[in-house]
Design a protein around this ligand. Sequence first.
Ligand SMILES: Nc1ncnc2c1ncn2[C@@H]1O[C@H](COP(=O)(O)OP(=O)(O)OP(=O)(O)O)[C@@H](O)[C@H]1O
Length: 309
Amino acid sequence: MKQSIVKIESLSHKYTRDWAIRDIGFEVDKIGILGLLGSNGAGKSTIMNILCGVLNQTEGNVFIDDIDLRSKPEDAKRLLGFLPQNAPLHLELTVEEYLTYCANIRDIEKNKIKSAVDGVMEKCGVSHFSKRLLQNLSGGYRQRVGIAQAIIHQPKLVVLDEPTNGLDPNQIIEVRKLIKEIGEERAVIFSSHILSEVQAICKQVKMIESGRMVFSDSMDAFNNYVLPDTMIVSMDNPPSVEELNAFPGVTKVELLNDRSIRLHFTPNKNISKEVIAASVQRGWELNEIMFERTSLDEVFAQLSNKTKR
Ligand SMILES: Nc1ncnc2c1ncn2[C@@H]1O[C@H](COP(=O)(O)OP(=O)(O)OP(=O)(O)O)[C@@H](O)[C@H]1O
């Protein structure tokens, strides 16, 4: 059985003179969440807009379930739901009115519209706000309605462009939970410029920078590939800065207070074991080791260095 729902071949796009994306190719599994990671302007929205038939590519092909999006756009678009970066909400409508309108646009049979709207409101946790105007909903609830319109016709593929952007931490957790549930039944492509966001919900990751794909593999492989290069170490009996500077692999030592130190080191999977062993041997009385989150810029720098090697 075919495993992929999307096939993208040598996709390139120019808005004006320069290439916004260049030679992008990948496939997407039928079930699960694929993260499209990249800093602002990397090309994520361009890929998603082409994939959803909102933008015509300059070069390359997109197939949704083997249907060529360019030659049979209506058939291909029936299979997908899209939440663009700016959710296409009609703020003057209630949640129920808006979703009924979306169900009509999606050609859902008249006698099935009510159950489709009720089902999707239930799934996205907005049933209790069914009669509320969209303009009176918080950002988190608006985003849930945006996701609801993307899945109302039960598409095989759901594309979500930065769906947690602008939400507060609690709203982010709720929306993430919803996306995870959706990804248990169908293919989801989710974009973000925040590394931890993609790490939290995606099984597969594609990293885009300056319009090119710089990484494509599982999240586990990404996490192994991109290792942290700083950690905070807290000790009751810390050694001197000189002693830490002489520690194998350590490139810089920063004293944060009399017990906490930030160690910069050459990425190395065993560094925590080595520090723990040294602490036991040399009586540093280690309390805590905390790896610091690698920023997207650092990840990109590490990936670029590895590609150059
Ligand atoms: N309509 C447009 N006209 C001209 N250039 C554009 C247009 N839309 C995007 N671009 C350019 O194409 C490149 C890719 O932009 P894109 O919006 O795809 O990136 P992104 O990764 O989605 O970033 P963001 O997270 O900021 O939306 C950028 O250099 C951007 O300035």
